[in-house]
Structure formats: C-alpha cells, structure tokens
Design a protein around this ligand. Sequence first.
Ligand code: GDP
Ligand code: MN
Length: 357
Amino acid sequence: DFMSTPIIEPKVDYLIRPDDELAGSANATILSLVTNNDLKELLPSIQQLEEKFNKKFGYPYVFLNDGEFSEEFKDTIINMLPNGRVVKFGQIEKEDWDMPDTIDRERYKIECEKMDKLKVSYVKKESYHNMCRFYSRKFYHHPLLQEYKYTWRLEPGTSLYCDVDYDVFKFMEMENKVYGYVLNLYDGANSIPTLWETTMEFVKKNPNYLNPNGAFDWLKENAQKPENFETAKGYSTCHFWTNFEITNLDFLRSEAYEKYMDHLENSNGFYYERWGDAPVRSIALALFLDKSRIHWFRDIAYNHNPYTNCPKCPEGSMRCDGRCKPGLFTMWKDLNIENCQATWIDKIMSDEEKNLY
Ligand code: GDP
Ligand code: MN
C-alpha cells in the first residue's frame, strides 16, 4: 500500500521548483513565537529550515514575543540569515497575551492544582496558558501578520532532515489547501475535560458553520484509540501537532473560526482547564473545513521532541541527510500508540489523496 512506498514529494502536476519564476512568490512568512532565552535552541532550527528549504525560496520571517527582543537576539538572527532576507520582530500587546480580568485568579489556582495532580503538563505555568490562548485566537491578528496569507510555524529545538525542493507555500495555494501538518497524535484528556461539550454547545447554536465534508470521524471517539488513553467525553483527542503547521490564515480569520474562538474564550477553558491550541485548532479544522483541504506533509522529515516523522526515501536518493531513521515514528497503530495518523488514513483520506503519495 501507499504507506510503504518511498516518498520524495507529493505527486501533483505542478510543483514550483527553486528556478521557477514563481518560486518564493506566495504571500507567506515563517513565524516563530519565542523569547530571548530561546535563541540558542532556535538558531539550529532556523539553520536547518534555511538549508533544507528556505535558501531556495527566500521567504521572510516574523518573530513574536510577549516581552521585548534584545538587540543581541535580533542581531544574531539577522547576521546568520543571508543578506536581503526580510526579518521582522514584533511585540505582543499585553491584552492579547495576559490572562484576562474575567478569570477569577483564586479559581484558576485551585483548578490548576487539581489538574497538576492529574499530571497535566505545564498546567501550573501561567505563560503556557497564555501561549495556548495566543496561538489559538490571537496570533493571526498581530499587525506584523496582517499582510500575510500563509504562515509556517517554527519552534525552537525542532529539526528538518530532508531537502524540500518545491515551494511548499505555492503547493498550498495551487492545491487549495488550508492546513498542512506532519504529525497527528492522541492526547491525554485531562487538559480538556469540557472542551468537547463546550464545542457541542457551539455547534448546536451554529449548525450552519459545520462543513458537510468535515473530518468528523477523526474527531469522534474511535475504535483505533488505544485502551489506556482516556477519551474526552466523545472527542477522540486526535489532534494535529501544531508545533509544525502551515496555515492559510484566511481560515482563522473566518467567521466560523472567530465565533468559535469567542465561544471558547467565554467558557474560560484556556485558564480553568489547560486547553491547548492543538486540540482547539484541530477541532475547528475538522468541523468547519472540507477535509480534502487538510494536507499531510508525509514527505517532510521533522522532529519536535519526542516525535519524528521520517519518510522512507527511494533507493539512492540524496534528499535526506541520514540523521533520521525511516519509520522512527511508525505510522501504524500497533507500533506507536500515541499516533492518530492511522485513523486519518483509514477514515478521512480519499483514494485520490492517497494517490498523491
Ligand atoms: P511545547 O512544544 O508544548 O513543549 O511548548 P513550547 O515551550 O515549545 O512552546 C510552544 C511555542 O510557544 C514555542 O515556540 C515557544 O517558544 C513559545 N512560547 C512558550 N511560552 C512562551 C512565552 O512565555 N513567551 C514567548 N514569547 N513564547 C513562548
Ligand atoms: Mn515546542
């Protein structure tokens, strides 16, 4: 089957190559939310993105921070990038980052203590709640992103292992894709106890936003889910791992997404629970979007601790640098219980889509 065939790139009629006059012409930017302290971990991630992809296409960068970027941070990044690369540094407004006044701090503390006992990661870090809320419903409104239609999210400490010889943003544009991901996982349910019921409230009030071709069967509890993973009261917990995401921001700026975000905000789960931007974004995509507009970049060899997507290369291919072992994160349900990609393949992907690989 298609999963065992080696892959270099999607098999579509047109891919924009580095020497094509359209190379680098998408309205797109690389986006990284970081602090000054992330510099050391960020540099190798930028280096690899440049080496494997962006030196051939020259897309700009936007760096965002809730604090102020130091001169050292800015200088170091500008100096490591090729001359002429557009780089912007922005600060986030306090009101877009900080915990809103509508949150009762006493209750927040109590709820986080409870979730901490249930081993919800980062739950006692207020900045992490802020980050998840920001990436869910604020970042695409930042002034530095207003001019862009697509973002490639880049996190510190991540790696790319194989060359990408086509313009990924132009691929999104020409294939009419809205969202591109690499890894798709199950999550522990304790960070989102009421996310699903809150979502269903929204859906009942706004059935018009549902897309009849949504990826519902991926969201619903499903038989493929390993037994030792709790469900979230009807939600499979399947989610795109948003630390890598290529997004058409028009979707996030759409009425359906924005109204859904307002609804989530008003139910306070970014603070009384620890809703991640990954389940939030994933649910929105699966409900409001035609599933064919979500693309799995099976060919992009990517690592964010602790998971890797390492595609199998054709014999003799020099595309990959040998640092990742094909199958390190195997796509099959019995071999890696946290992986939800098997569900996506079985229940969501069309044959046409499978033929892309
Ligand atoms: P994890 O991937 O879930 O372990 O979370 P990370 O610590 O990697 O955070 C996700 C992204 O948000 C990364 O790009 C971080 O650099 C960024 N981030 C997290 N917390 C903060 C913060 O307090 N301030 C800023 N400016 N960025 C943050
Ligand atoms: Mn991270």
